[in-house]
Design a protein. Structure first.
Length: 707
C-alpha cells in the first residue's frame, strides 16, 4: 500500500463526510449524485483492497450490514429522564414563576420544538461516534449503534473544532412525514400492516435487526441536549449552535427568550406553524438556558426542575360531510363511516372517519352535508367530534341509519344491550364471509403469511374459497395463474397455509371466530377443555364452570356448535391436519407464580410487546387488568407511564415493577432445580414451550383497516 493510497482514503473519507453534511443537514449539495456515488465507489474499492485501513466510522459504513444481531443492553452514563408535561398556559406560567422564585436572578429560556419520535443518546469520543443507545428504561437501553450509523444526519466523525474529547448528545430519531406516507403506501400495496404514526414507524425501524433495511427507511435525527464535563459554553442554546458546527442537525427554529410573553408567542406561533415542519412534533420544550442555573434548580425523582414540556391540543379541522357509508364486519356488525371532503390534519390528508354506531351518529345529530369537526387523538385514526350547525342549510335531512345490509340487502337487526346493528345473513353476505376468512388468516390467529384482504377477495371472486376450510384445498397452480400473483407468491401462500397446520389449538380456536371468543378466552378454554370434541359437547353449565367464562360466552359457544354447518367446518379442518387439541408442551404446567395476582400493564416496552407481556402474565397464572385499584398486585411499567396512573399508583401504594424486574421474576421461576430426572424432563418441556412464544416485536404498529 502506497502513501498516496493512504492519503487518498483519508481525503475521500473527509470529502464524503462533508458532502453528506451538505446534502442531508444543510439541504445544499455541492456535487451531483453521480459524482457522489463515484467517490463512494472509489473509497469502497480502496477499503476492500486494504482491510487494514478499516474504520468503523468511514462513510462507507452507512450502507448498513445484513448481519443479524441481538441488541446489547448498555447502562446510560447519565440516566435518561423525561420531562414534566403541561397542557395549559397557566401551567407554563407556574413553571416560569417557580424558576424565577427559585433562582432569584435574571434567566433566559430556550424554547424548542418537542419532536415526536424515539429518543436516542449518542456518545462521541475524540470526535467519533462510539455508541448510540435507546432510552430503554431510562437507566439502560439497547445499543443500536449499527442502525443509527445508517442515518445520514448523524455525523460519524465530527467537523470543526472545540468539541469535548468525550461527550453525549441526545435527541430524537424521526421518520419524516413524506417518508412515512411513502412507506405506508408501499406496505399497503404489499398488504402489510400499516404504521399508525411516524413515531411508531421510527421506533419500529430503529429496532430492526437488519441495518440495511434501516438504511432504506430514511430516518432523520434532531439533537437537542448535550451532556459532558467540558462543554464549550454555559448556555444550552449556545452549545447547540456549536454542535451544529460539528455537523449535528440542530433545529433552526429554537429560540432564546426572556419574558413569559415571549414564551407564549413562541408556543402560539408553532401551534399553527408546526404542520409545515417536515417531521412530527407534539409540543414545545422550555429549558432554563444557563447550565449553572440548571444545576441550581436540580431534579425531582423523575424529571428536571429546569425544563418542562407543553403539549399541543389535538389538532382539529372543519370539513364537509359528503356521505355516510356503511361497512359490514365479519360478525355482521354494521359500522357507519363518515366520508369527508379531504382536509389536512396534523400533516396527513383525512378523507374518512369512523362514526362507530347508530347511537354515536344520533348523538351528533348529523345532517346530510353538515360541516363537521374532525380530530386526531394521539393516533392516526380520526374521529368526528362535533357539528357546526351554523353552516347547515335549512331543510337538510338528518342522516338516517340504514335498514338493510349494504352488501346483501338483508334487513338489519339490533340485539338487546348492543349499540350495533347486525346483518344476520352470515352464510351468504360477502363481507361477512371474507371477514371471517381474513380473521382466520390474521397474525394472532393462523398467521398465514402471504395472504391479505386483497388476495382473499380475489380468491373469493374467483370462486376458489367460500369458507376457511376451502383455503386448504387450493393448489399452487390455481394461484399462480391469477392476475397479480406469480409463481413466487403462489409458493409463499401455499407454504403459509401448510405451516398453519402447526399453529397451536388455542389459536385455531380463536381463528374460528366464535363470537366473544377472543384470544384470552380461547386460551382459557383450550387449557381447560384440552380438545375440540370436549368443547363441542360441553354443556352450558360445564362451560360456565370454567374460570372467567360467563353466560354470554357459554351461550355463544353452544350456539356456534349447534350449527351443523359449523360442526362440519371443524371436521373438515381436522381432516386437513389442523391442531384440534392442546399439544403436550402446552399441557405442561409452568409454575403459576402469578396466580391470584391482578396486574396492570402501562407504558411502552423495549424487550417485548404489550401483547407478549399479557401472554406471559396469563401463562404464569396471573390476570391482566385494565385499571389500577386497591386490588392491583403490581404495575408492570414501561417507558412513559401516564402521570395519572403514576399518581394513582402512588396514592394507593401499588408496587411498580419495570420490564427487567418482571422478566427476572419469570426467569427465576423458570429455572428448575435440575437434580432429578423428572425435573430435567420439565426443563426440556419448558424450553419447548418458550419456543412457541409469540415472536419478539420488531415493528410497533397498528392495523388500520378503515383508513
Ligand atoms: S430534553 C432531561 N428536548 O420528550 C430532559 N426532550 O419527556 C431531556 N423530546 O424523552 C430531554 N423533543 O424524547 C428534550 N427538544 C426536546 C425534545 C425532547 C422531544 C422528548 C424526549 C424526552 C421526552 C420528554
Amino acid at each position: 500500500m502506497t502513501v498516496s493510497e493512504i492519503e487518498r482514503i483519508k481525503q475521500l473519507r473527509e470529502e464524503l463526510h462533508a458532502h453528506n453534511y451538505n446534502y442531508y443537514v444543510l439541504n445544499n449539495p455541492t456535487i451531483s449524485d453521480i459524482e457522489f456515488d463515484h467517490l463512494m465507489r472509489e473509497l469502497q474499492d480502496l477499503e476492500a483492497r486494504y482491510p487494514e485501513m478499516y474504520d468503523e466510522n468511514s462513510p462507507t459504513m452507512r450502507v448498513g450490514s445484513d448481519i443479524n444481531k441481538d441488541f446489547v443492553q448498555v447502562e446510560h452514563k447519565y440516566p435518561m429522564l423525561s420531562l414534566g408535561n403541561t397542557y395549559s398556559e397557566e401551567e407554563v406560567a407556574d413553571f416560569y414563576d417557580r424558576v424565577k422564585k427559585s433562582l432569584n436572578e435574571d434567566f433566559e429560556i430556550c424554547c424548542e420544538m418537542k419532536f415526536d419520535g424515539t429518543s436516542i443518546s449518542l456518545t462521541y469520543e475524540d470526535g467519533k461516534l462510539v455508541r448510540a443507545v435507546t432510552r430503554g428504561d431510562g437507566v439502560k437501553g439497547d445499543d443500536v449503534t449499527a442502525n443509527v450509523k445508517t442515518i445520514r444526519t448523524v455525523p460519524l466523525v465530527l467537523k470543526g473544532e472545540g468539541y469535548p474529547s468525550s461527550f453525549e448528545i441526545r435527541g430524537e430519531i424521526l421518520m419524516p412525514w413524506d417518508v412515512f406516507e411513502q412507506l405506508n403506501r408501499e406496505r399497503e400495496a404489499r398488504e402489510e400492516q400499516l404504521f399508525a404514526n411516524p413515531r411508531n414507524a421510527a421506533s419500529g425501524t430503529l429496532k430492526l435487526q437488519n441495518s440495511s433495511v434501516v438504511a432504506s427507511r430514511k430516518l432523520d435525527a434532531y439533537l437537542y441536549y448535550l451532556l459532558g464535563d467540558n462543554l464549550p459554553c454555559d448556555g444550552h442554546y449556545e452549545n447547540l449552535q456549536e454542535a451544529r458546527k460539528w455537523g449535528f442537525k440542530i433545529s433552526d427554529v429554537t429560540r432564546k427568550v426572556k419574558t413569559l410573553q415571549e414564551v407564549f408567542d413562541f408556543i402560539n406561533y408553532w401551534d399553527k406553524e408546526r404542520k409545515n415542519l417536515p417531521v412530527a412534533t407534539d409540543g414545545i420544550v422550555l429549558k432554563v438556558n444557563s447550565i449553572r442555573q440548571q444545576k441550581n434548580l436540580g431534579y425531582t425523582a423523575k424529571s428536571p426542575r429546569w425544563a418542562i414540556a407543553y403539549k399541543f391540543q389535538a389538532e382539529r379541522a372543519l370539513t364537509k360531510l359528503t356521505e355516510v357509508t356503511y361497512q359490514v364486519g365479519r360478525t355482521g356488525a354494521v359500522t357507519p363511516v363518515a366520508n369527508l371532503e379531504p382536509v389536512q390534519l396534523s400533516g396527513t390528508v383525512v378523507k374518512r372517519a369512523s362514526l362507530h354506531n347508530a347511537d354515536v351518529m344520533a348523538n351528533l345529530d348529523l345532517h346530510n352535508g353538515d360541516m363537521v369537526y374532525v380530530e386526531k387523538g394521539g393516533e392516526i385514526i380520526p374521529k368526528i367530534t362535533g357539528v357546526d350547525a351554523s353552516f347547515r342549510i335549512s331543510g337538510t335531512e338528518p342522516v338516517k341509519f340504514i335498514a338493510n345490509c349494504p352488501a346483501c340487502g338483508n334487513p338489519l337487526t339490533r340485539f338487546d344491550d348492543e349499540a350495533a346493528y347486525y346483518c344476520t345473513n352470515e352464510d351468504s353476505c360477502p363481507p361477512q364471509i371474507k371477514g371471517k376468512i381474513e380473521h382466520f388468516i390474521s397474525r394472532k390467529a393462523m398467521n398465514i403469511e402471504g395472504l391479505g384482504p386483497e388476495t382473499v377477495d380475489q380468491f373469493y371472486q374467483e370462486g376458489m374459497i367460500s369458507n376457511v376450510a376451502d383455503l386448504y384445498t387450493i393448489s399452487e397452480g390455481e394461484i399462480s395463474c391469477l392476475e397479480r400473483l406469480g409463481e413466487k407468491s403462489a409458493q409463499n401462500i401455499i407454504k403459509g397455509i401448510e405451516e398453519s397446520k402447526d399453529v397451536p389449538f388455542e389459536r385455531v380456536l380463536f381463528a374460528l371466530g366464535i363470537r366473544f371468543v377472543g384470544e384470552t378466552v380461547a386460551k382459557k378454554l383450550a387449557k381447560s377443555v384440552k380438545n375440540i370434541n370436549a368443547l363441542m359437547n360441553a354443556s352450558k353449565e360445564g362451560l360456565m364452570a370454567i374460570d372467567e367464562i360467563g353466560e354470554k360466552i357459554a351461550d355463544s359457544i353452544i350456539h356456534y356448535f349447534s350449527s351443523e354447518k359449523n360442526r362440519m367446518l371443524v371436521e373438515r379442518l381436522r381432516g386437513y391436519g389442523l391442531r384440534m387439541e392442546i399439544s403436550e408442551a402446552n399441557g405442561v404446567s409452568v409454575p403459576e407464580i402469578l396466580k391470584g395476582q391482578s396486574i396492570v400493564i402501562s407504558g411502552v416496552f423495549t424487550h417485548h410487546s404489550r401483547d407478549e407481556y399479557k401472554d406471559m402474565i396469563e401463562k404464569y397464572g396471573g390476570k391482566n387488568v385494565g385499571s389500577i385499584s386497591k386490588k392491583t398486585s403490581f404495575i408492570l411499567a414501561g417507558e412513559n407511564m401516564g402521570p395519572s396512573k403514576m399518581d394513582k399508583a402512588r396514592t394507593l401504594g401499588v408496587k411498580i415493577i419495570n420490564e427487567e424486574e418482571f422478566l427476572a421474576m419469570i426467569n427465576d421461576a423458570d429455572v428448575p432445580d435440575a437434580s432429578t430426572d423428572a425435573d430435567n424432563e420439565k426443563t426440556e418441556n419448558v424450553q419447548a414451550e418458550v419456543k412457541n412464544e409469540p415472536q419478539k416485536r420488531t415493528d410497533a404498529n397498528i392495523q388500520l383497516t378503515l383508513f
